[in-house]
Design a protein around this ligand. Structure first.
Ligand SMILES: Cc1ncc(COP(=O)(O)O)c(C=O)c1O
Length: 387
């Protein structure tokens, strides 16, 4: 098989519009804190239907500033999901707060509100739900828990641009601080980048200062009224963002189309969405419930119980198909297990999902023939993978 036949795990969709706007920035000579950055923020906020949005250098940077905005720090515990990308917990450690993990819902793979409520105690200062794999977290429930107990909330929406929650509200538009990420594999890709939707005008002002070394807008370049960071997004990245935002409808629909092809094809061989079929068999991403709408970040299945997922990944690689084990259970990663004494078995739902989830190649423009090749190869690889 020739190298050109390789099917990558992810690939951004970049076209003439991205080139045109990047060129505009290069020709303008305004590479940072220029008009393209403002335009991106403005157009993003309009697209989401919110007042304002503050662009930052990454999703992680945005989460960090969101956590700072809550004032979470030493002695504060924040309840969050163990089934996530490490940044959603690290952002708490950056400020000295302690992430407290609790288990996830076996269908949506998002933080379980009941487990979160049960875990809340004296030191709990807030909740940080993650819209994992683009499926909206149970924000209305978390908001009620937070209101009852006087807790803060920050939503990690890094994987969920375009998702809709159970109230029919676009993820990020509830008035709770939410962060999106624009790494190259995301629904909207700028290479690196992120954006924070602030809860109010004061929060927006703080974010703009803290992403820019603690400067206020009317300050001299060497005057600073607080400690901040260099979390600025460049205008070249913002230009890619503006172009991607113009195409957001098309890009999200493309991802949905490819996900539909996978689900239909794998259902023909007996796989079912999480919650609908045999949990021991191949499990597909859960179907949308009620008003909830997933935004397709990756297409990840759970291999049948007893299958050797690593062997499947290796077998697929031999066939020039890139697949990847996703997501880790954060409590079992070295920095968390060693420091907080977490042990295997504490969050069985998360741990099982972490041991079975497999991301398949998934990107806008993926053809039906490519999906077919991946599914056939997956089935063959699974046949040889029993442990
Ligand atoms: C759930 C989640 N949180 C946070 C991040 C961090 O975003 P970034 O890689 O842009 O820092 C990511 C992205 O990879 C993510 O998937």
């Amino acid at each position: 098989m020739s190298h050109t036949d390789q099917i990558p795990l992810a690939r951004p969709s970049l076209g003439e519009r991205e080139e045109e706007l990047v060129l505009d920035v290069l020709r303008s000579g305004r590479l940072s804190l220029g008009p393209m950055l403002e335009r991106f923020e403005h157009e993003f906020a309009a697209w989401l239907g919110v007042e304002d949005a503050v662009a930052v250098s990454s999703g992680t940077a945005g989460l960090h500033l969101g956590v700072r905005g809550q004032g979470w720090g030493d002695g504060d515990e924040v309840i969050t999901s163990p089934f996530s990308f490490i940044a959603s917990a690290n952002c708490l450690l950056y400020e000295g707060a302690t992430p407290v993990f609790c288990d996830i819902d076996p269908v949506t793979l998002n933080l379980d509100p009941e487990a979160a409520e049960a875990a809340a105690g004296e030191r709990t200062a807030g909740i940080l739900p993650v819209d994992i794999l683009g499926y909206p977290a149970a924000m209305p429930r978390f908001e009620r828990i937070a209101a009852d107990r006087g807790l803060g909330l920050v939503e990690d929406s890094c994987e969920a641009l375009g998702a809709v929650d159970s109230d029919g509200v676009k993820v990020g538009a509830r008035g709770v601080t939410a962060t999106f990420a624009f790494y190259a594999n995301k629904q909207l890709a700028t290479g690196e980048g992120g954006i924070v939707v602030p809860a109010d005008g004061k929060a927006a002002e703080d974010l703009r200062s803290e992403r820019n070394q603690g400067r206020a807008p009317n300050m001299d370049w060497v005057d600073h009224d607080r400690i901040g960071f260099n979390y600025r997004l460049t205008d070249v990245q913002a230009a890619i963002g503006v172009a991607q935002l113009e195409r957001a409808g098309e890009l999200l629909a493309e991802r949905e189309r490819v996900a539909g092809l996978y689900s239909e094809r794998l259902a023909q061989s007996g796989a079912a969405p999480a919650g609908d079929g045999d949990p021991a068999g191949m499990v597909l991403p859960c179907s949308d419930r009620g008003s909830e709408r997933r935004s397709w970040f990756i297409y990840a299945i759970q291999v049948p119980r007893g299958a050797d997922r690593d062997a499947v990944v290796a077998d697929l690689a031999q066939r020039d198909i890139q697949a990847k084990a996703y997501m880790p259970s954060l409590h079992l990663l070295k920095p968390y297990a060693e420091r907080f004494g977490y042990r295997p078995g504490q969050f069985p739902v998360a741990e099982e999902a972490s041991s079975r989830l497999l991301a398949l190649p998934f990107f806008p423009g993926m053809s039906e023939a490519q999906v077919e090749r991946c599914c056939e190869a997956l089935e063959e690889a699974l046949q040889g993978s029993w442990v």
